[in-house]
Design a protein around this ligand. Structure first.
Ligand SMILES: Cc1cc2nc3c(=O)[nH]c(=O)nc-3n(C[C@H](O)[C@H](O)[C@H](O)COP(=O)(O)OP(=O)(O)OC[C@H]3O[C@@H](n4cnc5c(N)ncnc54)[C@H](O)[C@@H]3O)c2cc1C
Length: 400
């Protein structure tokens, strides 16, 4: 075996979470290596709507300078469609960004290369870890090894680091999956559109002047008798209006899928190990928060990591990493609440219909809910005003 190379921190995974953590640690003075098993730009099935909170983090990292204006689209809120209704919620915090994962990955990768204390390795799979002399020995598929004080698992939904560190929790209670495909066509909406179909939803995101992303999320037990196979075309047939809108579009790529989405974690930290992004636990993509949540965690991870690495010469014991575990719980609270609520509604088309009807009468309430979902706490007066408007409109409606 080759002599291990010494490095302070090694990040497994070069997705949005891994690259952001790499950049932030480098900026904080920590020599860091990011290992990505694929080549950049990295593709991944995703709905590709980055919420305004995520946009704020990407701007802070300086990603915008690496994005050509014609490679992404701005979207201004979320529009829900049910069988009988339509409701639009506009973001109070400015637009989100719709962009393909390869566009995001390309911009983040090029930005990361400018960091002086960061090395980003592509086409290298981290194959295993071993504990030795108060550090982690991290083995790559190439045979190379690193001797690291801090190992960061940013390796996605089925995180190997989570498994190696014994941090995986029990299976999530719902088994849901996702599929996505891009179409070459001019986006017809400046919103991310969500079509509710009782156990299956369709998500349409404008991703550029000539690109639309179509994603489906569905419950494993939602396969119908008349479905020949679970697949993109089967699901599209359940949304005839959407099918018509997509008719002028030309498929740009093959269908990609991911799941089961609900992955639980006992803790995002262990001795010398920190998990971030999907690796730190994930429920569902129903609120489109995954990238933003991952980016929100990265600053908290960096703060804890930097202080822990200063306190000890070896790998930081789990006790020193607990502030990050607490921050993770706090950052994820609104996401967990909204996601679980929407998941409960998603199986009941009639309830979804009623709620969309209610939101249609209260765009302010919808806007407030979108803010809460992103972790922005609205002022009590904003909540009171939006509720008052909703009640007033509902009254007027019932008088008609
Ligand atoms: C269908 C679907 C729709 C979604 N829609 C949205 C949306 O609209 N908006 C949103 O914000 N989020 C959405 N999400 C969620 C979002 O895609 C994830 O939350 C986000 O990608 C998490 O980023 P990450 O960096 O944690 O993980 P990933 O993006 O999965 O990155 C992990 C990286 O680790 C690498 N890796 C894994 N194992 C190893 C190894 N052993 N060695 C080296 N590298 C390794 C992988 O190759 C990968 O590049 C959606 C997800 C799905 C499935």
């Amino acid at each position: 075996m080759n002599e291990p190379e010494r490095v302070e921190a090694l990040v497994v995974g070069g997705g949005p979470a891994g690259l952001a953590v790499g950049m932030l640690l480098s900026q904080a003075g920590v020599e860091t290596v990011v290992c990505e098993r694929r080549s950049f730009p990295v593709e991944k099935p995703c709905g590709e709507g980055i919420m305004p909170s995520g946009v704020a983090h990407l701007r802070q990292l300086g990603i915008e300078a690496f994005l050509a204006p014609d490679t992404y689209a701005r979207f201004y809120g979320i529009r829900y469609f049910t069988n009988g209704g339509l409701a639009t919620g506009r973001f109070a915090e400015g637009p989100g960004w719709g962009m393909t994962r390869t566009t995001l990955s390309n911009a983040m990768y090029r930005r990361a290369l400018a960091e002086p204390r960061l090395s980003v390795l592509e086409n290298v799979r981290v194959a295993g870890i071993e504990r030795s002399q108060g550090r982690w020995v991290v083995g790559l598929c190439t045979g190379k090894t690193f001797w690291v004080r801090l190992l960061i698992g940013a390796d996605g939904l089925h995180s190997p680091v989570r498994r190696w560190a014994g941090l995986s929790g029990p299976m999530g209670p719902r088994r849901r999956w996702g599929l996505r495909r891009h179409f070459r066509m001019r986006p017809w909406s400046e919103y991310v559109e969500v079509y509710w179909g009782g156990g299956v939803e369709a998500y349409i995101t404008p991703c550029g002047p000539n690109c639309v992303d179509v994603a489906f999320l569905w419950d494993e037990d939602q396969k119908r008798e008349d479905d020949d196979a679970v697949g993109f075309d089967t699901f599209l047939r359940r949304f005839p209006a959407l099918g018509t809108l997509l008719l002028p579009g030309e498929p740009l790529d093959t269908v990609r899928g991911a799941g089961p989405l609900w992955q639980t974690v006992r803790s995002p930290v262990a001795d010398g190990v920190m998990l971030v992004g999907d690796a730190a636990g994930y429920i569902d993509a129903i609120t489109g928060e995954g990238i933003s949540l991952a980016l929100a965690q990265t600053q908290a991870l960096t703060d804890t990591a930097v202080s822990a690495l200063k306190t000890t010469k070896d790998m930081p014991p789990v006790a020193l990493l607990q502030p990050y575990a607490r921050a993770c719980r706090q950052i994820g609270r609104p996401y967990r609440l909204m996601t679980r609520s929407l998941l409960a509604i998603s199986r009941h088309p009639r309830i979804a219909d009623r709620i969309v009807d209610l939101l249609a009468h209260g765009p302010d309430v919808f806007q407030t809910l979108l803010s809460i979902n992103m972790g922005y706490l609205p002022t009590p007066s904003r909540v009171a005003v939006s509720l008052a408007r909703l009640v007033w409109k509902a009254r007027k409606e019932s008088e008609k």
